[in-house]
Design a protein. Sequence first.
Length: 679
Amino acid sequence: MMRKITLELLRHGPPHNQLLSPLTEYIALCENHSAVTFHVPFEHNQMLYRLRALSYQLGPEAREFQMADTARVLGRLLGEIPGLTADLNRQRTGTSDGDTAEQVTHLRLIISASELALLPFELATAPNGFPGEGQALSLQTQQPVCITRETRRVAQEYVRWPRKPRILFAFASPPDLETVPAEAHLLALREALAPWLALSDDYDDEQRLKIIGDRLSVLPNASAESLEDACAKNDYTHVHILAHGVQTNTPYDSRFGLAFHADRHADGIEAISGDRLATILRTPRHGQPGRFTRPAVVTLASCNAGNVGSVTGVGASIAHALHEAGVPLVIASQYPLSFGGSVVFVKDMYEGLLWGEDPRKLVVGMRRRLHSYFKDKHDWASIVTYASLPPNFDAQLVDARIQQAMASALIALNMADRAMGAFSCPEPQLPATVARVENHAHRDTLARAQEQVTEAKARLTMTMGEHPEQQARILELLASTEKREAQMIYHSTQQDKFDPNSNDGMLLISKLETSRNHYWSSYLKQRKSPSQLVQFLSLTLLLQCLGRLPRPLDQPGQDMTSIWLSAHMQSLNDADHGDGSNRAWAYGNLMELYLIGKYIDDLPPAYCGDSLTSKALEAARTLVSLAGSTSFEVFSTRRQIMRYRDWFVPMVSGAYNMEALIRELLEVLPACDEPDWDF
């Protein structure tokens, strides 16, 4: 759990139409400490002058002076809040002695007065008594701090963190404005998505574009109409907008917006205000009146707009408006970002977000990189984060991390399956040169798949270490992955007879042993699902046939007969009393138990002989009836039966006599494409 400190800054009156003034009294509320009154020590025009310097509209000397002075003033202002000083220095509890990792503190600034949103709190210097005093508060390493902004108008309880991201990238580069680095941003997004794109080398361009398009949509020359239409037609979880910030002046006001394309305007440019952009992104869904789109994350990159106009509005007005409209997480730039800084911004954020990493920790790391990479810019201080996260956000993040890691591993394994299929079923009459080139490409695919699986397993292992309560779930997923890897090795060796003493054979057996141990450990940690026991039995029989385990087992508590009967009893109970999905899985477990039952010693007479065959077929038919022929339960169970046919039985030739029953089961279980599913 991340440590959180809530600091609310407010004043009397409506949130808008108020200028900064030393005469205005503001109230600071920090956690359960007493309220304190503070004043902003400059007039509104003085702050606007400071912002002109921070927006690179004045010379380098003025910019450096205003940066240092503004950081000092804001640090001193925060230092006047005793409760904040006390909470930042309070020792973290519940941290083990061996935990040496930096613990990020989430400082939630709840700002309802819109003029206070102009203040660049992210730039503040840590005052006396703060961790890392004298350094930039958001860069100091004594106690890393992520500063986020928030308004009261976003309801936390409605936020559901996306587990299957879909991104919209919209960019605008109207005439007479500097070209935005759309290509670099698109490449960064494409690379961030790579672990979840099943792009086989033998796909043509049309197939590759379709696969990428399912995850990433690109909207060039964005206008208000085209962006609204794209959002209305799709439920995007993440929206990334790349555009220039422009200033719009009226006789009564000065506002900032994003420069979009507009054919109806003579100059081809239209400034989209924060309120309008919020209406566009939260538009009603086509054909679904009353249901409004709601991306979980919006990122705004405004690259060096030069003298076109200050982009202070991107952080202080547009992001603020989007957040008030109900977007849970908005990450934007308060000032012009450099070309390189904008690319680091999108690369760092989306690589981490798509893996399910905590966005608050990502912002802390990104600031440090921006500070170290670009010494003549203050990109690190430009980043502003508006966040309203639900109380169970940490638990949702764990789910997202597990989901994304397993999705990446499964996509890689499916790519490997495709490549292995090409090895085992080569196209006839191919010229030798072409065949060698294709085989080389398939081997490259296998190598990439293995790297991807390795990274996904490492992430799952790290998640398990950080969240011990998820150990049973993650161990079962790791067990399944190890088993799939062993199958990949078996099919890629291209040998007529499996050699357990070869390098590949020893690696395969090692993965089978690891998978078996993971299934057993998973069951011991959470004795709820009999599926771990079924897979443990299946792999134990296979390893016994390979001469790698004694028969009977000499491990305490691993009596095969007792385990089979326990798994059978639990499955029967789930079949009778579980919900729809659990009942379906129960019949899948029963079918596999009956398939291997004749190889389990000392079972009761009712589970011996021909009765096992009829029971297995009956369980298979019930599974299809309950779950449907295109369900994941049927797909997964059929895939497991095919492992016996294509892998287990051939690998230990003569040890099993189940080919006839396997054929009958596969006739009952219809073949289908792999459907989406949750882990």
